[in-house]
Write a protein that binds this ligand. Structure first.
Ligand SMILES: [Zn+2]
Length: 113
């Protein structure tokens, strides 16, 4: 499952960050999962809950931000909400549009003691 390997990578990163910051108990972790990653937030949440059972992460809450897909126009610099199939700039009508958001898969912040 796609979400399970993401969860594993996520928890590994969290573990390393906790070590660096000398955090013993994780309270919450906030992540950003863009629309374009095709990750189901609910499936990710389920994998997270299942993965943290019996680990130092147990009881931590997972907060998921879902940034929408955005396009950025290479011609006029406009950034706008778009879909995968709509790649025309609403500002200047040019079609040299690249993905400017929605492909994020990051840890935004974490809290612990
Ligand atoms: Zn444009």
């Amino acid at each position: 499952m796609h979400e399970m390997s993401i969860t594993r990578t996520l928890l590994e990163t969290v573990r390393q960050e906790m070590e660096k910051a000398d955090i013993k108990t994780l309270r919450s972790v906030r992540i950003r999962v863009g629309e374009l990653t095709a990750v189901e937030p609910e499936a990710l949440r389920f994998c997270f809950e299942a993965s943290v059972k019996g680990t130092p992460f147990e009881g931590a809450s997972l907060e998921i931000e879902e940034p929408p897909l955005k396009g950025g126009c290479l011609t006029c610099g406009l950034v706008f909400g778009t879909t995968l199939f709509e790649r025309t700039c609403p500002g200047c009508g040019d079609s040299s549009v690249e993905i400017a958001g929605g492909n994020e898969l990051d840890i935004v912040s974490m809290e612990g003691v």
